[in-house]
Write a protein that binds this ligand. Sequence first.
Ligand SMILES: NC(=O)c1ccc[n+]([C@@H]2O[C@H](COP(=O)([O-])OP(=O)(O)OC[C@H]3O[C@@H](n4cnc5c(N)ncnc54)[C@H](O)[C@@H]3O)[C@@H](O)[C@H]2O)c1
Length: 292
Amino acid sequence: MSTKVCVTGSSGRLGPHVVAELAAHGYDVLAVDVAPAPPAVTDLDVATVRADLTDAAQAVDVLAGCDAVVHLANIPAPGLRPDGVTFTTNVTMNHAVFAAARTHGLRRVVWASSETTLGLPFVDPPWYAPVDEAHFPRAESTYALSKVVTEQVAATYARWTGVAHVGLRFSNVLGRDDYRRLFPAAWADPHARKWNLWSYIDARDAASACRLALEARDEQLGAGASAGAPNLVIAAADTCMTRPSAELLAEVFPGVELRRPVEGTTSLFAVDAARDLLGWEPAHTWRDTLEA
Ligand SMILES: NC(=O)c1ccc[n+]([C@@H]2O[C@H](COP(=O)([O-])OP(=O)(O)OC[C@H]3O[C@@H](n4cnc5c(N)ncnc54)[C@H](O)[C@@H]3O)[C@@H](O)[C@H]2O)c1
């Protein structure tokens, strides 16, 4: 019998990639979103349900019969809605989903945290680079604060249930269509995308991180304070820029400590923890699209 996984936020930017990744790997996927499913989801052989997950009863309803959840639904950035709405909507929804997962005894919770918990936008310089999991908590928006709070909620539910809750601190999720539109324009201006240290994550690699977070054995998921509820940086291996990362950092954020050598255009975010705990590696770069 295949594992039944609920993917929330399945009609958004990242959701269809996660649905496709899980369906391709034999999972029985239930795609849940308040918005209608797009063709990228309806073209797949997966069940879809419309639900508002800020409503605890609807969250309990949709998770019935599932083995695990990949919870992506949220207001996905600052500035889209009034600050208070972003905070209360996300925290309410995330709590409802974690509580529903507990009600039904789901065996794994994977959810979308964010790189914004680590200090984005970098108006002020990062404390050090490469930025890693310990560059936390540094919320600069109510959106980021909603994710910081949710990491604590996840840790508490992991402790109450003994079920691992894996938070993925995604970088800016982009797809092949985004690279040509966004990146060449940034090459001449090192300040244009300094807000996240020129980072990004290809949506296909974000999706593989979700799958591997479902598949990791409990023993893989860390010890110590984060046991059962690790929150992992998920970023591409390179920056969006053509200039060397160390040179960019020195020019835009002079004096920031570089804690290890960063060769060429290597990312200024460290993904060692995701590699160690999940066996995840980013496989895609914008260079494959723009240099093809
Ligand atoms: N896009 C990025 O660059 C990025 C970066 C870091 C983290 N994230 C996080 O990843 C997740 C997915 O991001 P995305 O870019 O795909 O966002 P998105 O807005 O494209 O997709 C989110 C989906 O959630 C759904 N949704 C919102 N409120 C809902 C509710 N009450 N009930 C049910 N569904 C609801 C929306 O309809 C939408 O389809 C989010 O949690 C976001 O915070 C995104």
